[in-house]
Write a protein that binds this ligand. Structure first.
Ligand SMILES: [Cu+2]
Length: 543
């Protein structure tokens, strides 16, 4: 996952502590994610080659867009450890504001045999300066430059990618994302609690001392697009045989003069047999290491979504490869907001996008979607409240707002609880008893062993693991007398200490199961874990 991506023993030794720290971060679920990128509106980019790494230890020769020098800035500013290297896969995420005039200068530092390259900004009327004439746009010849200028007319999430020999250059990694923030954030997105403002969780964030990692407060100039946090996911796949062939030809033709006969590549891109299926250029589990992790100098962006109950999470998703990917976000459906920056509204101005179980990505198409998790529909109290308990957290009140959620007290641990399930026990009698009297029958830990990803508790909360322990009356989630002994199921696991975090983990992954492998080995590929963190746990994406 980390050490295997480095060739020399020395490098492995040097990086082992780093790698362990990253693993620790993974298992204790310290979060580093969001939609990080570089700010404009003027960008100086280059296309250049470098190796990317995959979890099976392979280094794959690729091409990518990267920065020339230090970019103008990084966003969100709450994320540290930023860098923009000469080659990145995906390319730097370009963050601008609606109405700005965006200028992107591209220098072609690919090997001469790779020929010309370019960038397309689909959906924007782009003017060009310099370069040489290509099929779809002006191109940068080897060693040369071209400048693209356009007005960021439409907010939302957009793709950019090579407009030159796309079957090879996009496969090699020449793609990235453009995020256009709305010029005007509706007032409804910045004031009020969730009862009146769909993204009104700022008060809870403040109450718990948590930083804000969003780029804006709304995705579009529309009050139905308010959000609390956001993630950008670019899905792509890669056939390593194409990359191997490109490297062999580039090496054989090293030093050749561009434009001279024979100084070009002839790499077949069919038949297509991808072996790597990536989220933001990384495969599981590498995608759950932090943004800007030093072991991925050319793959700075991760896939590691976290959220608190009730938070509106904006998903910015782009299909960047050649295949469709039937991606499934477990835990809830995704409300599609917009496609390619086009907000989907009914004639009456309401959101009209579909509610999707599987958000299939389409090559070249971007969408924005809203996702949230509240536990509504579980039919049991996910905080383990229990009137008979002496645990202070076990008797917190739940006061429903107009939507039925406990949102009036932003500093409450059970903020956003679904009040209809308040005090409803997960099971009325101890584990292993089928007619237990609750909607859930927990497994008997004597016959069922959970893995390390399970925190040992069916409950959210600071003492969730303790409350899942039978044997004393404190915190026991049962309306009957305490009497049984034992734990339910093996609780108190070190990887998910109740004093730090007790969250729910949901797999977000491709439903084409071939794609949750890395070079045919499961698990891997296009998969990540989404974590619902209890409200008092601070989601820290600052790195
Ligand atoms: Cu699934």
């Amino acid at each position: 996952m980390f050490a295997t991506t480095f060739n020399t023993t020395n490098a492995m030794k040097r990086l082992l502590p780093l790698g362990l720290a990253a693993m620790g971060a993974l298992f204790t679920a310290a979060a580093q994610a969001a939609a990080p990128g570089i700010t404009g509106p003027t960008f100086t980019l280059q296309a250049s080659p470098a190796n990317i790494t995959q979890p099976d230890g392979q280094q794959i020769y690729s091409w990518g867009y990267g920065c020339v020098g230090t970019p103008g800035g990084y966003a969100p500013t709450t994320i540290g450890g930023t860098f923009c290297n000469a080659m990145q896969l995906p390319g730097p995420t370009l963050i601008v504001t609606e109405g700005q005039t965006v200028t992107v200068t591209l220098t072609n530092n690919l090997p001469a045999a790779a020929g010309n390259t370019s960038i397309l900004f689909p959906g924007f009327a782009t003017a060009t300066q310099g370069g040489v004439t290509g099929l779809l746009t002006q191109e940068a010849a080897p060693g040369g430059s071209v400048t693209y200028t356009f007005t960021a007319s439409t907010p939302g999430t957009h793709a950019y990618y090579s407009g030159t020999q796309g079957d090879l250059q996009v496969e090699m990694g020449l793609f990235g994302a453009l995020i256009v923030l709305p010029k005007t954030v509706p007032a409804a997105c910045t004031t009020g609690l969730p009862a009146t403002n769909p993204g009104g969780n700022a008060a809870a964030r403040t109450a718990w001392g948590e930083a804000d990692f969003s780029l804006a407060k709304s995705a579009y100039d529309h009050p139905a697009t308010c959000y609390d946090r956001e993630y950008l996911f670019q899905f792509s796949e890669m056939d390593p045989s194409i990359h191997t062939a490109a490297l062999a030809q580039v090496t054989a033709k090293a030093g050749c003069t561009a434009g001279v006969a024979g100084c070009s590549l002839d790499v077949p891109t069919e038949p297509y047999h991808p072996a790597y299926f990536m989220i933001n250029g990384r495969s599981m589990p590498d995608d759950m290491d932090p943004n800007y992790a030093p072991m991925y100098p050319n793959q700075p962006y991760n896939g590691n979504p976290h959220m608190h109950p009730g938070e509106i999470t904006l998903l910015r998703v782009i299909g960047q490869g050649r295949w469709q990917h039937p991606f499934h976000e477990h835990g809830n459906h995704v409300r599609i907001l917009a496609r390619d920056g086009n907000l989907l509204l009914s004639p009456g101005g309401n959101l009209a996008g579909p509610l999707q179980f599987t958000t299939t990505t389409t090559p070249g198409v971007a969408f924005d979607g809203l996702f949230y998790y509240t536990g509504r529909g579980l039919n049991w109290d996910m905080y383990g409240h229990n009137q008979a308990s002496t645990d202070a957290n076990a008797t917190l009140p739940c006061v429903p707002d107009v939507n039925g959620y406990n949102t009036g007290a932003p500093a409450a641990i059970n903020y956003f609880e679904w009040c209809q399930d308040h005090y409803k026990p997960v099971q009325a009698a101890p584990f292993g008893d089928v007619p237990a009297g609750g909607p859930i029958t927990l497994p008997d830990p004597n016959i069922f062993k959970n893995g390390t990803w399970y925190g040992g508790s069916p409950y959210l909360g600071p003492d969730a693991t303790a409350r899942a322990t039978f044997g004393t009356c404190t915190g026991v989630n049962t309306t009957t007398a305490c009497g049984a002994t034992g734990t339910t199921p093996p609780s108190g696991t070190v990887v998910n200490s109740p004093s730090t975090e007790a969250g729910y983990a949901f797999m977000w992954h491709s439903h084409n199961e071939r794609e949750i492998t890395t070079n045919n080995i499961f698990p891997g590929g296009m998969m990540m874990m989404m974590l619902v963190d209890s409200r008092e746990f601070r989601i820290d994406e600052s790195q």
